[in-house]
Design a protein around this ligand. Structure first.
Ligand code: FAD
Length: 289
């Protein structure tokens, strides 16, 4: 299939891109890495009349650390995150999660912002950003707004982004001392989309008890089962506790049945993955003490 005809624009600044999005409204679409949008256009599942290419806007591509916070420009390629020394040192969960996205060719082209804006339910970056309590910077000609990661996603491939709005930057707060991490995923073959994935962070206090826990799962939209997280706080890391919390977290999910797996199977592996992730995160956290 070939895409329906469209007019192509190649702005070189954010402000030019926002002008174009404001001018064309719902008939326009931003083009990032094109790894999801172009196939959708070829299948005519997306038919934008105006394509606003963000690839020639250098101010959208960077990885920096400011006041201890990680800042990622929306057009940063996924592979850059995977190879960034700053990410490895301060936010290893992000590196680990990114390594599960498709294959290296996809990550060379696909962008961090594109993956988040696309909001595909089985995607790794949305759950990693939710576990990390990231903040997203959205901008339009009308101004800028900051959203907590979980506020962006409202359903499968649906976000609160307005047609004239761009995701500009992702801000990830620093991790507390003695925080371990883990990203666990099951897919049919290496590089396939996840049947289920979980991102996990666990912070231990000086006495070795759990001070803070984050668990985020791929579901129709990323889910953080708070009662499961709270069950961990104040307790010492323990395999039985992790199994119990895994079951509790899995019960809070509402996975789909599709050609790849049933909802029951997805819920079952969510519990197993959560237990494994908690165990691994606890071991990593303990190695800092
Ligand atoms: C074979 C294959 C395997 C893949 N496997 C995986 C996988 O395992 N896990 C995974 O997570 N992904 C996977 N992907 C998808 C890949 O990660 C894409 O890169 C990602 O989903 C979209 O990013 P992109 O930069 O290509 O965005 P595009 O395809 O260019 O855009 C996607 C959507 O986001 C919008 N958009 C892009 N940037 C912005 C912005 N800054 N502000 C507002 N809207 C924006 C676009 O308008 C479009 O609607 C795979 C893709 C392929 C082709």
């Amino acid at each position: 299939m070939k895409p329906a005809s469209f007019e192509y624009f190649s702005p070189t600044t954010i402000s030019e891109a926002l002008d174009l999005l404001s001018q064309f409204g719902t008939t326009a679409r931003a083009l990032a890495g094109g790894q999801s949008l172009v196939p959708m256009m070829n299948f005519r599942l997306a038919r934008p009349s105006h394509l606003i290419d963000l690839n020639r806007i250098p101010e959208l591509s960077y990885v920096t650390v400011e006041n201890g916070e990680l800042r990622i420009g929306a057009m940063t390629r996924q592979r850059e995150i995977e190879r960034s020394a700053a990410v490895l040192e301060g936010w290893p969960l992000l590196k680990e999660a990114t390594g599960y996205i498709g294959h290296v060719q996809i990550r060379n082209r696909g962008t961090v912002g594109g993956s988040l804006a696309h909001a595909y339910p089985a995607s790794e970056l949305p759950v990693a950003m939710c576990a990390l309590d990231a903040v997203f910077v959205l901008r339009s000609q009308r101004g800028e707004r900051l959203l907590k990661a979980r506020e962006l996603f409202v359903g499968p491939m649906t976000t609160v982004l307005e047609p004239e709005e761009l995701l500009i930057e992702i801000r990830v707060p620093p991790l507390p001392a003695r925080t371990g991490w883990a990203f666990q995923e099951i897919s049919r073959r290496f590089g396939d989309f996840a049947l289920m994935a979980v991102a996990c962070l666990l912070t231990l206090d000086g006495a070795g008890a759990i001070q803070k826990a984050s668990l985020a799962f791929t579901d129709s939209t990323p889910v953080r089962p708070e009662s499961a997280e709270q069950r961990l706080v104040g307790k010492r890391p323990d395999r039985d506790l992790f199994s119990e919390v895994g079951r509790l977290a899995a019960a809070a999910l509402n996975p789909d049945t599709d050609v790849h797996a049933s909802a029951e199977y997805r819920r079952e592996i969510a519990g197993v993955l959560a237990r494994r992730a908690l165990q691994q995160a606890a071991e990593r956290a303990a190695s800092f003490t």
